[in-house]
Design a protein around this ligand. Structure first.
Ligand SMILES: Cc1cc2nc3c(=O)[nH]c(=O)nc-3n(C[C@H](O)[C@H](O)[C@H](O)COP(=O)(O)O)c2cc1C
Length: 205
């Protein structure tokens, strides 16, 4: 089994990284392969709505998104951790996720998603909501925590003082592991949910 962990912060050793590390420890103890990706200071541009991915089968922008789409294709789940910037996930992570999910040329059904939002003070709930929608509109069940999937801190490492947030990262990882394993068994026994040709209804006629 494999999980993709995305640190959306430009700070490789910041507070988002700390929560992901706590989850990573759980996965590695259980023998789960972890692919960890840091956005860091990488130049991840937004989606150009060019439609190139529909023709090519992967994002046409030459950065890390096509590579991440390949990792996601073979992963059983993913966690995204984002810092809160002005009450939203930061711009880089939104750009990355927009393009990753628009261009992912794989079956996302029943891959398990989870997310963490980290802030100094406020905006975590709104950010958490944004992050989870990438999963809920793609037939991806969400692994929940025991309480809010937040971490609080400003300077790198300050989240260490948020013991509840760090503990919750372990709960999320364990719940995610349980779901991934259960889904693997369920796939063997029942197969994936039936897929239909997708109907797209625009609101302007
Ligand atoms: C541009 C910018 C905007 C921010 N906006 C908020 C905010 O709206 N609410 C908040 O509580 N913290 C805000 N912060 C603080 C970060 O969320 C906080 O430092 C967090 O720990 C960063 O996570 P990291 O260490 O993983 O980068 C902001 C920080 C930056 C750089």
């Amino acid at each position: 089994m494999k999980v993709l962990l995305i640190n959306g912060s430009p700070r490789k050793s910041g507070n988002c990284a700390r929560l992901l590390t706590e989850a990573q420890k759980v996965f590695e103890t259980e023998g789960i392969e972890v692919v960890r990706y840091d956005i860091g200071a990488k130049d991840i541009r937004g989606c150009m709505a060019c439609g190139g991915c529909a023709k090519k089968g992967s994002c046409v922008v030459g950065d890390d998104v096509p590579m991440l789409a390949e990792v996601l294709a073979s992963a059983d789940g993913m966690i995204v951790a984002s810092p809160v910037y002005y009450a939203s996930p930061n711009g880089s992570v939104v750009s990355l996720l927009d393009r990753l999910f628009m261009s992912a040329n794989c079956d996302l059904r029943m891959k398990v998603g989870a997310s963490f939002a980290v802030a100094r003070r406020a905006g975590t709930v709104a950010s958490f909501d944004v992050l989870n929608k990438y999963y809920t509109i793609n037939q991806m069940p969400i692994a929940s925590g025991r309480y809010w999937n937040n971490g609080f801190g400003r300077a790198p490492g300050e989240v260490e003082g948020d013991e509840e947030g760090i503990q919750n990262a372990r709960f999320v990882a364990r719940n995610m592991l349980f779901l991934m394993r259960s889904i693997a068994l369920g796939k063997e026994k029942y197969g994936l949910p039936e897929a239909e040709a997708v109907t797209r209804t625009n609101f302007i006629r």
